[in-house]
Design a protein around this ligand. Structure first.
Ligand code: GLN
Length: 204
């Protein structure tokens, strides 16, 4: 399906939280799919988007900047009001109701009824790549890149697991308007996860 047909219906652009991290990569993928994509740094910019990606980066820094720029409360409200929102890696940590191994005082925006452990693979295995089965994206496995990645340690019954590692550890989840992935689909050239998110935005 052409990306443009996924997005034309809403009219409003898709936002990518642009406080810190690899927001440019997400904007480039969204644009390659024909979507109108913009960086979000201010509450007025947030108010104008039809969906939001919270990118990878460093969640403790993103947390501090979102509070400093008075974006944390508007973000929490938009998420609670049903804005389709997808967090990748640090973004997944931002969306988790509970952070394990956060830095002192670290807060999340919340929304996903999960507990996420930061840097869950330890220093032995900071970064790795693997093939993941993600049935909602079709039969072909997804090549997934993990960089100092978090793991979803617990999920409530309202959360759907979209993908897990071969040992069962959960790395992609969906709950109502929210999506979360431990890995970085914006880095691999496989646009299926972005298309899945744009369908969610279009179907809101
Ligand atoms: N370890 C980072 C954090 O705690 C996440 C890494 C990433 O986004 N690639 O936020």
């Amino acid at each position: 399906m052409a990306g443009s047909s996924l997005t034309e219906s809403s009219g409003a652009p898709v936002g990518v939280l642009a406080l810190q991290g690899d927001f440019r990569e997400h904007i480039a993928v969204l644009k390659s799919l024909g979507a109108d994509a913009v960086g979000v740094r201010r509450p007025a910019e947030l108010a104008a988007v039809s969906g939001l990606i919270i990118p990878g980066g460093e969640s403790s820094v993103m947390d501090k900047l979102s509070r400093l720029f008075d974006l944390a409360e508007p973000l929490k409200k938009a998420i609670a009001d049903g804005l389709p929102t997808w967090g990748t890696c640090a973004g997944l940590i931002m969306l988790a109701d509970t952070i394990l191994d956060g830095i002192e005082g670290q807060q999340s925006l919340g929304g996903l009824d999960i507990a996420v452990r930061r840097n869950a693979f330890g220093s032995q295995l900071d970064s790795f790549e693997t093939e993941l089965a993600i049935p909602v994206l079709g039969e072909t496995a997804v090549h997934a890149v993990f960089i100092r990645a978090p793991i979803v340690e617990t999920t409530s019954s309202t959360v759907t697991t979209l993908a897990a590692l071969s040992d069962g550890r959960v790395v992609a989840v969906e709950q109502d308007n929210l999506l979360g992935t431990s890995f970085h689909p914006e880095m691999t050239g496989d646009t299926r996860f972005h298309e899945y998110f744009l369908e969610k935005v279009a179907g809101r």
